[in-house]
Design a protein around this ligand. Structure first.
Ligand code: KG4
Ligand code: ZN
Length: 345
């Protein structure tokens, strides 16, 4: 059995977790997530402030994760840390801390791709959320549709051409006068909206698209955002729930349909949702409804594991540890980083 300390500081959550196990049998012993509320007053994450907050928070957050797991540093076999993609200054705090800790304790250090972490998050709560599956990863910075034949082998099918799923939610929330981060607020407001009032177009969603077409799996949200902007300018305050509903429906339908295409093409029976937007209940329900007809089940993480957390980093770390991967002491942080293990065939 291996015990991994996970560390995540890629954006505005300082998080640490202790996880133990082997292969797909992993159990989470502790998870601490400190969200930096300070960014709310700026309506978005301020990178410099995020880095400084990680610096003050990292030691107590790791200490608390160890304490909750009734563990000491002597019990840790490896340290897994997010090394990209994300805010470089924020990532560097976690990476430097993890490297120093691993070096000081003479244990291996593992650099984990943030989105690979999101891929593993749902497996912490659902034993069946393991490959083979189609993944829809929807976070503040990314939108990816991936076919996962086995852990560590990722066939990237599509992604966003412009705004990420969460980013689009946050921008529309701002247009509607809702707080940051906007996703949950837009979801809530949309529930009171009339779906027939604002029907926005579904970009990149045409019936005659074929596998192999460049836009078969890709999505685009900036046009939708502009349509919302025009609707907000032309409408009254009473229209807000209806506009939110129109936006929400267009978003959900696009993501669900693109994922269903992948389920069909690769004949998968599982869909795994990951990333902050995966905490959106309406999306998970619509996905369930759509792919059930194709014989597939949908696994979504709880909001706590959907958003950024170190448990998913420790879980991905366990996989890489078992595989024998080890980071050197020159492990660096990267704002942009390709998903590891990409396969093309
Ligand atoms: O994965 P995440 O915590 O951070 C990144 O890695 O970017 O995702 C955060 C994003 C934010 O844009 C937030 O608005 C969105 O996830 N989000 C939601 C919901 N909860 C969080 N979007 C839509 N519906 C939600 N319920
Ligand atoms: Zn994330």
């Amino acid at each position: 059995m291996t015990r991994i300390l996970g560390i995540e500081t890629s954006c505005d959550e300082t998080s640490a977790a202790v996880l133990s196990g082997h292969g797909d049998r992993a159990s989470l012993e502790s998870l601490v997530i400190l969200s930096q509320d300070v960014h709310r007053i700026f309506g978005g994450v301020v990178p410099e402030i995020a880095s400084r907050h990680h610096l003050t928070a990292i030691v107590p957050v790791v200490r608390q994760a160890l304490a909750y797991a009734s563990a000491t540093l002597d019990d840790i076999d490896a340290v897994a840390v997010t090394h990209g993609p994300g805010l470089v200054g924020a990532l560097l705090v976690g990476v430097s801390f993890a490297k120093a800790l691993a070096f000081g304790r003479s244990v291996p250090c593992l650099g984990i791709h943030h989105m690979e972490g999101h891929l593993f998050a749902t497996a912490l709560e659902h034993a069946d959320a393991v490959p083979p599956f189609i993944a829809l990863l929807v976070s503040g910075g990314h939108t990816l549709i991936v076919d996962v034949e086995r852990w560590g082998e990722y066939r990237l099918l599509g992604g966003t051409r412009d705004d990420a799923a969460g980013e689009a939610f946050d921008k529309v929330a701002k247009l509607l006068g809702l707080p940051y981060p906007g996703g949950p607020h837009v979801e809530r407001l949309a529930r009171d909206g009339d779906p027939a009032r604002f029907r926005f177009s579904r970009p990149m969603l045409r019936r005659n698209q074929q596998p192999g077409d460049e836009d078969f799996y890709d999505v685009s949200f900036s046009g939708l955002k502009t349509a919302v902007l025009h609707a907000v300018r032309a409408g009254s305050a009473d229209d807000a729930p209806h506009i939110a509903r129109g936006f929400h429906d267009a978003r959900v339908e696009t993501l669900v349909e693109k994922t269903a295409r992948a389920v069909q093409q690769f004949k998968r029976t599982r869909v795994v949702l990951g990333g902050g937007v995966a905490g959106n209940r309406t999306l998970a329900e619509a996905m369930r409804h759509r792919v059930r007809r194709l014989g597939a089940d949908v696994y979504a993480p709880s909001p706590r594991l959907a958003t950024d957390n170190a448990a998913m980093i420790a879980r991905a770390g366990l996989f890489h540890f078992d595989r024998g991967d080890r980071a050197a002491l020159d492990l660096n942080a990267f704002a942009a980083l390709p998903l590891p293990g990409l396969v093309t065939a």
